[in-house]
Design a protein around this ligand. Structure first.
Ligand code: CA
Length: 377
């Protein structure tokens, strides 16, 4: 049986042509840490971590000695080794993004070794394509922000998306104006979600939710700090808008908190941070046990997108009926050549849907020329 020979992290980076911001900070550069795991026989798999790329790179180097010489198919054993090695100081956070990147690469490898797509190895495809929603409508320095957001929203509608998400969290009055302008522009037959990136206190979040209920909002994401579990559950009692969250949550125990305290209607683990495909499959099973929807958070290259696509193709939705309840995943539409050029094939949605790759593993590959081009020197 082949054994793991090398574990190589790569940090890629791109300075954006147009910077944008959300309620917490400004983006002028996109940086991502990838990992390539190669075996004795030359077979390799790619993974990716979500979060500060240089720190994730150090995390991968920390875990590397635990992996060399092991059978790559024993993913849960390797996962457990990394988990136990980091438990004393990393029950949340960046070291788990490093673990996640490695786990995703091991799943890619597993698929290539066994000649099967990841979604099949997860237990089967409930669906061959997945509905996506467009993530965009960030803040920019523009004279008429609400009009610019409405134009962007119309662009997504023209591209065939029937679901999209916009940022809120500037201030309540401005948010209300932006949401109403966007809703008016796109009409009533498009799902529109709002994301505050935990900008608000509980009273502020309640105020905003009540003010935009009439704008037909499909979910309110990260309304308050991820530390305030009881604020999440209290907010849920005051509004008919479904509440979403979980991109800052880690491991099944973090999500157990969200579920037991009835914080969210929609759980949003990031596969490249919350513990990899192995752990998010467990989280998806737990979400289903609690009757909570799961819509993965994604913010990265085609590796992260493919991991989310395979998992979303596999999961059972809580609703049970003859016409299987629709699964949904996030598709970042902001400027990002690391997403569009680094990984082949590029994920191009058709009518807002992405086909689940058929090739073994994740079904994507890193363009080595593009990797050299974007590699942080
Ligand atoms: Ca978000």
């Amino acid at each position: 049986m082949t054994k793991i020979r090398t574990v190589e992290p790569f940090v890629v980076s791109h300075e954006l042509e147009r910077e944008f911001y959300f309620s917490q900070w400004k983006y002028d550069t996109r940086s991502i840490c990838l990992v390539k795991i190669t075996c004795d026989d030359g077979t390799f798999g790619w993974g990716e971590g979500y979060g500060p790329a240089q720190v994730i790179k150090s995390g991968i180097e920390f875990f590397r000695p635990l992996l060399i010489g092991y059978n790559p198919l024993e993913i849960e054993s390797l996962w457990q080794m990394m988990y136990l090695r980091s438990l004393d100081y990393a029950r949340r956070g960046i070291l788990l993004s490093a673990l996640s990147a490695i786990d995703v690469a091991l799943w890619d490898l597993r698929g290539k070794i066994l000649g099967q797509p990841v979604s099949v190895l997860l237990g089967g495809r409930r669906r061959k394509s997945v509905r996506t929603y467009a993530t965009g409508m960030y803040f920019t320095e523009t004279e008429s922000l609400s009009e610019r957001l409405a134009q962007e929203a119309l662009g997504y509608k023209e591209q065939g998306f029937d679901a999209m998400k916009m940022k809120v969290g500037l201030n309540i009055e401005k948010d209300i104006e932006n949401v109403q302008t966007v809703r008016q522009a796109i009409g009533s037959d498009i799902d529109l979600m709002i994301d505050a990136n935990h900008a608000y206190s509980l009273p502020e979040a309640i105020k905003l939710a009540q003010a935009v209920e009439s704008s037909q909002i499909s979910w309110f994401e990260e309304p308050v700090s991820p530390e305030y579990y009881s604020s999440y559950s209290q907010l849920r009692q005051t509004t008919s808008i479904p509440i979403a969250g979980g991109e800052c949550e880690y491991l099944r125990w973090g999500f157990l908190n969200l579920f037991q305290q009835q914080c969210v209607d929609i759980a949003q683990p990031d596969i490249c941070a919350a513990g990899g495909i192995t752990e998010v499959k467990r989280i998806a099973d737990m979400a289903n046990t609690f009757g909570v929807d799961l819509v993965p958070h994604t913010w990265g290259t085609g590796i992260a997108l493919s991991a989310a696509l395979h998992l979303t193709a596999n999961i059972d939705m809580p609703g049970s009926r003859l016409n299987n309840a629709e699964a949904l995943m996030e598709l970042d539409r902001t400027e990002n050549p690391l997403r569009d050029e680094l990984v082949q094939p590029t994920f191009s949605p058709h009518n807002g849907r992405l086909q689940v790759p058929d090739k073994p593993g994740l079904g994507v590959n890193v363009d080595e020329d593009a990797l050299t081009r974007y590699l942080l020197k």
